[in-house]
Design a protein around this ligand. Structure first.
Ligand code: 5CA
Length: 438
């Protein structure tokens, strides 16, 4: 992409409405713009990151055996009256009346809709287990939307729902999502610690929040420090018994504030980390909370009808964008992990209009793209200082700087955003290095 044609409205000044660094940097880096309180437009740079994160989530959900669907954003209130949540959910639910005076709502979550899909289509234990997920927009009329995407009113969520015949089988589905979450967040460059949690309005008796530690986190959290270092599982066979992996992670102390047991935790002494945390995902096992009132029954092996056992599993996809920035930035801007970076390389032409620089840049741009790299080519007629400040702000993992003096010697500069390490290389060597890295 040529920056001269790209829609990237960066800001030099710090926007006053933004209180936390991720919100400030997303505005400054031209990723988002507010539409109304807690509701945002995603500009091209933000959209690219969001889609990278979505794709990681999707790949790990698919690997764990979940199947992608798309449910409506606008739901019928009737289903919520069946489950009993129409009245329970409260003012966070945006209620809408259609022209026929029917009660509709903008979905804050989808347990009712997915249970309805299940009961209309699956009747026998032979057709389960199933795990259905979507990556879709939710609306919660939060009383205090704040911190940009961190607590929005409209936000992108991955929500998965599992259906099983027995408690034991549904525990396996829960464990599959638990392990998939460890891997998903690690791939985004985040360390998310699973913590015992209260299940709140979703309900159920078994729940974990996946928490990224950050000073700006909304809640107080406590955990064993080993959980911050523990390698995440690789080459997972999701059909195998995953309980040992889950036990390994849950036997170390970790709890959110409302589940915190000070006496237990005190025994850990110097090994206890007490910090603030951002909840990037939550898993719930709630058994028959929805299947009983909504009559989602399946015939068991003996023909008897039993309510299906369910769990639900959310990831705050848009919140992850903010959490990654909270975890990875410096005073100059964002420092994207490679896996979610909007572009891999920022190619900077220090003297647009200079024949040597223009030609070298055009060749590099072509070669990197042919090598499968996403390149943002700063071909603007701007001062070097402006270009450097922008590329640092938007945080691409690699910068390639092409200037007239270097080009006379056949050299360009390659710089890493995270370490700041620089080296001078020939064009060929720089291209070879960037196309080999990953
Ligand atoms: N139905 C279940 C799981 S599918 C559910 O709704 N879970 S949740 O309420 O915990 O939400 C899932 C994730 O969405 C949370 O872990 C959080 O990361 C994200 N999330 C929740 N509320 C907001 C919000 N207001 N703004 C941004 N992200 C949010």
């Amino acid at each position: 992409m040529r920056l001269s044609r790209y829609f990237l409205p960066t800001l030099k000044e710090t926007p006053t409405e933004a209180q936390i660094v991720s919100h400030r940097l997303m505005l400054r880096a031209g990723m988002i713009r507010q539409h109304a309180a807690g509701i945002y437009n995603w500009l091209p740079m933000g959209t690219r990151v969001l889609q990278k994160i979505e794709q990681i989530v999707r790949e790990e959900q698919n690997a764990a055996g979940a199947q992608e669907i798309i449910m409506p954003t606008i739901q019928s209130g009737e289903l919520w009256k069946e489950s009993g949540r129409y009245d329970d959910y409260g003012p966070e639910m945006l209620r809408i009346t259609d022209r026929h005076e029917r009660d509709m709502l903008y979905g804050p979550t989808h347990e009712e809709v997915v249970t309805d899909i299940f009961r209309n289509n699956i009747k026998s234990y032979r057709d389960i287990p199933k795990n259905l997920y979507q990556i879709h927009w939710k609306f919660r009329d939060e009383i205090r939307p704040r911190f940009g995407l961190m607590r929005g009113r409209e936000f992108l969520m991955k929500d998965a729902y599992s259906f099983d015949i027995s408690y034991e089988r549904s525990k396996h589905a829960y464990n599959q999502m638990f392990v998939a979450y460890l891997r998903t967040f690690a791939r985004m460059g985040l360390r998310a610690v699973p913590m015992k949690a209260d299940s709140g309005p979703i309900g159920g008796d078994l729940s974990h929040e996946f928490i990224v530690l950050a000073d700006t986190g909304e809640s107080a959290v406590f955990c064993h420090k080993e959980l911050l270092e523990k390698p995440v599982p690789e080459n997972v066979d999701y059909e195998a018994d995953l309980q040992p992996i889950v036990d390994e992670w849950t036997s170390l102390y970790a709890a959110t504030d409302d589940m915190h047991d000070a006496a237990a935790a005190e025994k850990l002494g110097g090994q206890l980390v007490s910090a603030r945390g951002i909840e990037v995902g939550q898993t719930f096992h709630f058994g028959t909370k929805y299947s009983v009132p909504m009559k989602a029954l399946v015939a068991g092996p003996g023909g008897e009808e039993v309510p299906v056992q369910m769990g639900s599993y959310g990831i705050g996809v848009s919140r992850c964008v903010a959490a990654i920035i909270e975890a990875s930035h410096d005073e100059k801007g964002i420092v994207w992990p490679e896996s979610v970076a909007p572009f891999h390389v920022g190619l900077i032409n220090l003297k647009a209009g200079n024949a040597g620089c223009d030609e070298a840049c055009a060749n590099i741009y072509k070669a990197l793209q042919a090598g499968g790299r996403d390149v943002l080519y700063d071909d603007r007629d701007e001062r070097a200082g402006v270009k450097f400040a922008d590329v640092e702000l938007i945080g691409l993992p690699w910068q390639l700087v092409v200037g007239p003096k270097g080009i006379e010697k056949g050299l360009i500069e390659l710089k890493r955003r995270d370490t700041g390490a620089r080296e001078e290389l020939s064009i060929e060597a720089a291209v070879a290095k960037l196309t080999a890295a990953g």
